[in-house]
Design a protein around this ligand. Sequence first.
Ligand code: SAH
Length: 244
Amino acid sequence: MSRLAFTEAITENRAAFAENEFQHQIKVLRRQQGDLIKFLDGRGVQYEGRIVSIDKRKKWFQAEITKIRPAAPPAPLHLLVALPKGGKLDSIIQKAVELGVTGITPLLTERTEVRLKAVNKICARMEHWHKIAVAAIKQSDNPYLPIISEPREITRLQLEPAAENSRRIVFHPAAANISLNELNIDKNAIVTLALGPEGGFTESEIEQFKSLRFLPVGLGKRILRLETAVVSALTLIQYLRNSF
Ligand code: SAH
């Protein structure tokens, strides 16, 4: 488990850490007042600080910031991924965050078998996904926490306006004749990727993507499981634009 901590509660020279971090840093790692810790805010800054107070009853602690290291913003890389059954999205989020995505939107597609109707269920899942993303940025020392949006249908996607350097790609085995290296993906490309459910996108969904200026692209001659396809696609994009 990572030794890095995470907090969004940062003022000019202090950072406060709530129960989760208290459990890990104080209970598990046995840090004490005066110890140095490293932490992230998820908005692009890596910090170092000294623990100045610990409240064991309220289960929180504070650190005084001693060093600030801002990181360059990552190239935009948004993942639209069909919401799989069970807990499979958890490991997809974990891997996607390690590979540097800047946003994730779970897609509700025609062949998606999950229906998240109750609002409270969506909130609980989103909270859970947020925690997984936070653990993944800590584990991979990635200073940028991606935004995870609520699950939505293709027709309800909110896309950035298309620009000259936008690359919108929908991975579809039937588009095997077009591959990623034909798309001229460089460092400045604003990339949005869509990957479908185990049953694949339907042809009408592919048409909807095309009308949103997505290009259907193949990912090799074998059909990959969704989790494998996500990792392969992200790895290739990061490689093509020299962003590893
Ligand atoms: N039976 C489905 C495959 C689904 S695999 C079909 O034939 O469409 C789940 C998702 O992974 C796909 O929707 C696609 O987005 C991606 N994928 C897997 N293998 C791929 C390949 N060889 N080329 C392009 N996309 C692929």
